[in-house]
Design a protein around this ligand. Sequence first.
Ligand code: BDR
Ligand code: CA
Length: 311
Amino acid sequence: KRKVIIDCDPGIDDSLAILLALNSPELEVLGLTVTSGNVPARLGAKNALKALQMCQRLDIPVYIGEELPLERELVTAQDTHGEDGVGENFYEDVDAKILYGGVDFIIDTLKNNKDVSIIALGPLTNIAKAIMKDKKAFDNLDEFISMGGAFRIHGNCSPVAEFNYWVDPHGADYVYKNLPKKIHMVGLDVTRKIVLTPNIIEFINRLDKDMAKYITEITRFYIDFHWEQEGIIGCVINDPLAVAYFIDRSLCKGFDSYVEVVHDGVAVGQSIVDSFNFYKNEPNSYVLTEVDEKAFMKMFLKRIFKEHESV
Ligand code: BDR
Ligand code: CA
């Protein structure tokens, strides 16, 4: 099994990514660290517990990390994910403890284990802080996957910026420039192709599981948002692709490149991918550009509804 920390800001699609990770036998999830992004971190941590509860995995610790971006003011995405971050279902709090000290948890886990990977599904604030505090700990890092950025595609926060890097552009840029390992950039170029449609929701509900009910509930608001804002029927679920790609490399293709993130001005949050190698810098990233979306969806449904033979 591969040991992973999931750093996240749940978030509807973060919640779905957690479900996928916990239903994947290849992974040993050592803990969830939460940062502010879609919602403030304290709210995100509650949503993380809810996802763990859905998988009966409340043994996995949930840590709150940084509650504010490094330099910018926090701007959440409660218009997209709902006031509560999970589609305005206002679930009761799960009866489990939320821990503090997410940044130290990341550092200690890296120090005490060999070959831990991190899958980051939110702004990179916790990771940036952890590198600032103890860069050496990252020598033990196996792989780093970041859902974020946009290469040849329109942004989702500005014409050029993707949400996670836009929320904390200083954090994102710091991680790109200081992480001693290559970053697998799972950006909008690939994640925008992952759409959970009402058809799929209808299908999973035939399986008549608590899980289908939960997924239907949390995605309803998100589906309405996509219809109203973009005229899309269904919702784009970005974060689960980062987990799926970590497990199965054949799902996506990309190329090595140097990447940095703009922190100020009109292009704030933009990921600058030097695909022509103008700067002659060593590549610090593997930027994904292609995805087999059907294979992803099959994997996602098969794993989450694993007991059902017809999936
Ligand atoms: C990213 O932003 C958030 O709203 C999602 O959870 C995802 O991580 C997509 O831009
Ligand atoms: Ca997220």
